[in-house]
Design a protein around this ligand. Sequence first.
Ligand code: KG4
Ligand code: ZN
Length: 346
Amino acid sequence: MPFTPDSILLAIESSCDETSAAVYEGATLRSNIISSQLVHINFGGIVPELASRAHIQNIAPVVQAALQEAGLGMRDVAALAVTQQPGLAGALTVGSNFAKGLAVRYGLPIVPVNHIEGHIFSAFIENASIQFPFLALVVSGGHTSLFLVESFEKYSVIGSTRDDAAGEAFDKIAKLLGLGYPGGIQVDKLAQEGNPKAIAFPRGMMREEHFDFSFSGLKTAVRLHVQQTLQNNVSPEALRDICASAQEAIADVLVHKTMKAVKQFQVRDIVVAGGVAANSRLRSLLSEHAARQSVNVFIPSMKFCTDNAAMIACIGREKLLRNPHHSYDSLTFGIGSTAIRAKYRP
Ligand code: KG4
Ligand code: ZN
């Protein structure tokens, strides 16, 4: 049975620490169930082995819940989409093998989706009016890349982090300041009452021609400030200033490079996705700069910014509608850990 614009699609995402399943009926998202794993909280980071185990426990109930919320059963589903890469190997294996099991049982095509591709197109879940070509800034705990997106099938990386991802920088800074995990939200909160100009933290690669990023120097600068300038004596006021100044440095670099790319590639729309898209300073600074140049900024709702299966379903559906049905009959695809490679260099 060919996949048509009205067909029903079930998608699964399990690349990191969220087990998620979503159902699209035609162009309408019917459900998006996300089960976030809490087992990692005490470890200050994600423990891959625990993530795989939690996915195994959660995957069946999450898929059942997604179908139930959509008011549908497996026999209504016309195709599957699943995150294939990048991510934790064990975690990806759970989702892809569960999807393959369903494909065998119900004789369905299955679209393997790149997780980052899911983030790039996640803004289409809520807004179909985004115009190609656009820029996508994907900023999460594991990825920081800027993409030039020309169509659903043609996009390229124009810049990526050369060391830490932006979310990773937030998390590492939070950890060395003794804040909880994940740290981005804590830094954001404390920064609200701090002075962003108090400490001139470095803006890695900000003035360089290319669109790559570097955040590891910032983390070191924060550590040195705490150890040498403050002699490890961080008052509540100093803590707020460090958070505000570090956050300002991250937002500054991300916005500066994005706006430079807007100019160079002559785009009118920007999409920001990934967990760090929640950052209040990144949002306000980017909106300010974009408004000055009459550029639109699209930031998905938080539930579509952090890892979710709706974004896998969204791009999976576009692929099914654009490619011949038999393209997705293979059940031999593996899982991978590679990110999308850079194609553009100035
Ligand atoms: O996309 P995501 O949920 O997971 C992946 O990494 O794939 O992103 C999580 C990241 C974490 O590093 C977290 O600290 C960061 O997003 N984050 C934030 C904020 N909320 C979440 N970073 C800065 N400000 C926030 N408000
Ligand atoms: Zn992600």
